[in-house]
Ligand binder design. Structure first.
Ligand code: TXA
Ligand code: MG
Length: 349
């Protein structure tokens, strides 16, 4: 299959063509503000199966369902608590996925066999226009091969899925760069299942108490039942093993310097790069204090390491507050939670 690149800036019919493919039961790569998604009609089991096939995604991993208007929510879920409307009011359109008990309209193929559904109203104008034109809710996981880093440009999508899907819509680089925050309201207390573009602190401001799922901080074995099935799979991983070094930037850079060989890749903060002048495979992902830049670049850099002859990769990592929680989680997952934590030395700056 030849994969068509649909460019709305050059071709007025591009979005209508994407919507027509979706209505015809096809899958299409779509830009969103977080990452690119691989969309299909969420209500059409055959179409949704094509997503799982193209990505090589495990069948028990549920898909997020994207809508264009808040009014589309009630038909897709049940027992909607006030908290859902409070979250929608505060963060939609935007990078937040809300999990609620699903209605019978959502097929079990879409929900990965669960009785719940994750809903998201994206803010990207192209994503919203495509959903509006398609006139159906769009199931869309990140548009990468399963286990690979998510895709934040149309080229990334082509790198993973060219020949496997009929089309990708060009929408430029994604502005957030990490996926949506996933929160479930289907439990007695709201629980954060995946940190993302909306921070835990922002959620707490609206909801008060928010539990944090243990999958955020530890590796979950394959046979464990987890709240967000996607959290148990190895994820975001370049081909070479990654080792995360946590601690303050000066200490972690120093530690990494003592560990590197000629075939070691290094993912570091901008200001630490000069320390690794001797090393050929250094990639930076933003200043230590600029977590937005880090979110923006993390997947592109992880993907880039696959083009380099590295045997292992050491990575620096931001502290876990604000958007840093999401960035840190993606790096820890890329490393399969292989983490070295340096405690701050007495007297060290
Ligand atoms: O930003 C995003 O969320 C992107 C864009 C395309 O919208 N999508 C995305 O989808 O990241 P995906 O499939 O790569 O990640 C969805 C995560 C998975 O960990 C999945 O297990 C979890 O959300 N999830 C989805 N529906 C769920 C449900 N009903 N219950 C629990 N977890 C769910
Ligand atoms: Mg994904």
């Amino acid at each position: 299959m030849q994969t068509e690149l649909l460019c709305p800036t050059r071709d007025d019919t591009a979005l209508a063509r994407a919507a027509a493919l979706l209505r015809a039961g096809e899958v299409v790569g779509i830009p969103t503000e977080t990452v690119y998604g691989l969309g299909a009609n969420a209500l059409d089991e055959t179409a949704v199966r094509k997503i799982f096939a193209a990505k090589g995604r495990p069948q028990d991993n549920p898909l997020i369902v994207h809508i264009a208007h808040l009014q589309d929510m009630p038909a897709l879920c049940m027992d909607i608590p006030t908290a859902a409307y409070q979250l929608a009011e505060a963060f939609w359109p935007g990078p937040l996925t809300i999990i609620l008990p699903k209605s019978t309209r959502i097929p079990y193929v879409t929900s990965g066999g669960l009785d719940t559904v994750g809903l998201r109203l994206p803010s990207h104008p192209i994503a919203r226009e495509i959903i509006r034109l398609a006139q159906v809710p769009i199931a869309a996981p990140s548009a990468n091969l399963s286990g690979r880093p998510s895709t934040t440009t149309a080229q990334h999508v082509l790198d993973d899925l060219a020949g496997k899907i009929p089309a990708v819509v060009e929408g430029g680089a994604c502005t957030v760069g990490v996926e949506s925050t996933v929160i479930t309201l289907a439990l007695p207390t709201p629980r954060l299942l995946r940190p993302g573009g909306i921070t835990l602190e922002q959620l707490q401001e609206v909801l008060g108490t928010v539990d944090v799922d243990r999958a955020l901080h530890e590796k979950i074995s394959d046979d464990t039942r987890v709240s967000a099935p996607g959290m148990k799979y190895r994820h975001y991983a370049p081909r070479a093993p990654v080792i995360v070094v946590r601690g303050n930037p000066a200490d972690t850079a120093q530690y990494i310097r003592t560990q590197t060989d000629c075939d070691t890749g290094i993912l570091c903060f901008d200001e630490c790069a000069p320390l690794f002048e001797q090393n050929s495979f250094v990639r930076t992902f933003g200043a230590a204090e600029d977590v937005h830049a880090q979110a923006n670049q993390i997947f592109d850099r992880l993907r880039e390491f696959d083009t380099l002859p590295v045997q292992r990769i050491f990575a620096q990592c931001p502290p876990e507050n604000g958007l840093g929680l999401a960035v840190s989680n993606r790096i820890a997952k890329a490393a399969g939670f292989s983490i070295v934590t340096l405690t701050h030395k007495e007297g060290a700056k």
